[in-house]
Design a protein around this ligand. Structure first.
Ligand SMILES: [Zn+2]
Length: 208
């Protein structure tokens, strides 16, 4: 009788635990689980493709993300898509990513004959620090997938657009690096900083 009660108790604990996990699982963890990360051409929202988020341009390879990185990428790309969708509304300039995730320990992926990203165990970049290679700072938000660099040269159309629409950065909870240090690109990230004391209209612009 005693054992039956113990077993029944355990079953109830497991059920409650399962319900709790399902209910409180982070939204983007769930979103990330439903993305086909092996297909670089799969769209994620209106702007980006999965390949954009995980391509390591300087090395010409993909990074196969872990679960935390997938969650970060899904979360952050959603917010960046929102900003860019306002920009794209009246602007045909193509969006070119120069750098998104920059892992400190690369998990190399290559394209197979079907165009799918598969593990590439013999790749020389496995385990190497891509962030350090491209000159990224230690602790950069690029490392975990929470920052992106978008090419923006010449008259800086994207930079100027974002500077004119701080409200979008505010609503998306994103930050832009000051245009005098990000000179030919727009760096956006999901950092946690205080906007107190920053100049009006530049409340979500930071200097590194
Ligand atoms: Zn950056």
């Amino acid at each position: 009788m005693y054992m039956k009660k113990v077993i029944l108790g355990l079953i109830i604990i497991f059920l409650i635990n399962d319900l709790y996990t399902q209910e409180y699982e982070d939204y983007y963890t769930r979103v990330a689980r439903h993305i086909d990360w092996t297909n670089p051409n799969e769209n994620y929202g209106m702007i980006f493709k999965i390949g954009d988020l995980i391509y390591l341009r300087e090395w010409g390879i993909y990074h196969i993300p872990n679960d935390t990185e997938k969650r970060n990428l899904a979360y952050f790309a959603d917010r960046v898509s929102h900003v860019i969708s306002f920009y794209k509304y009246n602007n045909l300039t193509p969006i070119v990513i120069s750098s998104w995730i920059r892992p400190t320990s690369v998990n190399a992926g290559k394209l197979n004959s079907l165009g799918r990203i598969v593990k590439d165990p013999s790749n020389k970049y496995n385990g190497m620090d891509y962030n350090a290679f491209v000159g990224g700072k230690a602790g950069s938000l690029h490392i975990t997938g929470l920052a992106v660099d978008i090419i923006d040269t010449g008259t800086r159309p994207l930079t100027n657009f974002i500077l004119s629409r701080q409200d979008i950065l505010e609503s998306c909870q994103l930050w832009m690096e000051d245009e005098t240090s990000a000179t030919t690109w727009v760096h956006l990230d999901a950092g946690e900083r205080s906007s107190v004391g920053r100049p009006k209209g530049r409340e979500r612009v930071f200097k590194p």
